[in-house]
Write a protein that binds this ligand. Structure first.
Ligand SMILES: Nc1nc2c(ncn2[C@@H]2O[C@H](COP(=O)(O)OP(=O)(O)OP(=O)(O)O)[C@@H](O)[C@H]2O)c(=O)[nH]1
Ligand SMILES: [Mg+2]
Length: 362
């Protein structure tokens, strides 16, 4: 995931090749380049004349090349690569955000990403793909990160990894982007207690120009942005980063992505529950149940913004609980409130249906 043009699709193509060839020279000797995702880019010769390099036939509904700042990748798609021992790595490439078509397009793409994540069932890593040369926390970078993070429960944030592309110029380090990302992480920690690591163990730096060089060669276009030695080095660094990334993911415990839907729907039904609560006098027990659920929502998701609901609970004598409930704890509270008692207000039925659905899923 990440901003449009960060190099997500190129990275997936790079990985496909790094897993096949140890060195750029080996790949060249084999005279073969794998482009699992069609790609297209322009290189300029010494007279600044542009030459198009094009690999694979792009279906416009999947990869739509344009020079308008629109996201090239149109929808999330999974790519699988064998990594030995009968194991596969499954990577989902996604459309980029901060699309020049504006907020509406970003919302559409965000929803496509959210659905793809929920459908996959289990995720071992949430990879943010970034470029190393962003020295400011621009609105584009900040909103992209905030929107994407808002999909996940806080528990999933241990799986956040940062993948840098284009990093030869910064010696395969995150470079100036360190500042804005660190600031954003600090802000999120202050705002909602989200903990995101940004350090040696979850930063992986690549430069996929070795892959671009191979594509250009296959199209008989001279690619001379750097020396052959630089491309060989890029290949070596990017391949090592790919291997470290795979090793890291292998040891990661996956999280159940259906939880995302659970919290989103819980937010929705809780809003209705709140409408009912606003107008009634309730026992301390019942106000505690409502308060605990909204407090849990507020604690668990970034950007759900349930503060208004927490305030409502407090106005009904709710005090913040001493410990945070987990998913099953919340299910039990809802069960107590809506199944064990025979409430006859509309929302009760809706919540019962919601509970039935999730009780059997997990
Ligand atoms: N030199 C260099 N160019 C890169 C690298 N990664 C990507 N590019 C180029 O940057 C441009 C954008 O790359 P894409 O892979 O299409 O970016 P994306 O993140 O998939 O973009 P969207 O699909 O629009 O979200 C292309 O011209 C790539 O060839 C890199 O590591 N080094
Ligand atoms: Mg793409």
């Amino acid at each position: 995931m990440g901003p449009s043009g960060a190099g997500k699709s190129t990275l997936v193509n790079g990985i496909a090749n790094y897993l096949k060839y140890e060195t750029l020279r080996e790949a060249e000797a084999d005279n073969h380049v794998t482009a699992v995702i069609p790609c297209q880019f322009e290189v300029q010769d010494d007279d600044y004349k542009g030459h198009i390099v094009k690999m694979g036939n792009a279906d416009e509904a999947e990869e739509n090349f344009n020079s308008l700042g629109h996201s090239v990748t149109q929808k999330p798609k999974e790519y699988d690569f064998p990594i030995g021992n009968d194991e596969y790595i499954h990577i989902i490439d996604t459309p980029g955000l901060a699309d020049s078509r504006g907020v509406k397009q970003d919302q559409k793409n965000l929803e496509l990403i959210r659905q793809a994540i929920i459908n996959v069932g289990e995720l071992h890593a949430l990879c943010f793909v970034l470029k190393p040369n962003e020295s400011k926390l621009t609105i584009g970078l900040e909103t992209t990160m905030r929107l994407l993070l808002s999909i996940f429960p806080k528990k999933a944030l241990d799986s956040v990894l940062f993948l840098f592309t284009n990093s030869r110029g910064t010696f395969y380090k995150p470079g100036d982007t360190t500042g804005p990302i660190t600031k954003l992480i600090t802000d999120l920690q202050k705002e909602c207690g989200a903990n995101i690591n940004f350090g040696r163990s979850n930063i992986f730096c690549t430069d996929n120009e070795g892959f671009r060089y191979l594509c250009a060669k296959a199209c008989k276009v001279d690619y001379t942005t750097a020396t052959h030695r630089d491309y060989e080095d890029s290949w070596k660094h990017s391949r090592n980063a790919t291997i470290s990334l795979i090793n890291r993911i292998r040891n990661e415990k996956p999280f159940d992505t259906r939880i995302i839907n659970f919290y989103t729907e819980l937010r929705f039904v809780t809003q209705k529950w709140a409408e009912w609560i606003k107008n009634c006098n309730m026992s301390a027990e019942r106000s505690k149940r409502f308060g605990t659920v909204v407090y849990e929502l507020e604690k668990n998701m970034i950007g759900t913004n349930c503060n208004d609901l927490v305030e409502l609970a407090k106005s009904k004598r709710f005090r913040e609980p001493r410990y945070v409930f987990d998913f099953m704890g919340i299910m039990n509270i809802l069960h107590e409130e809506f199944v064990e008692t025979d409430l006859d207000y509309n929302v009760a039925n809706e919540i019962r249906v919601f509970l039935d659905r999730y009780i059997f899923q997990f």
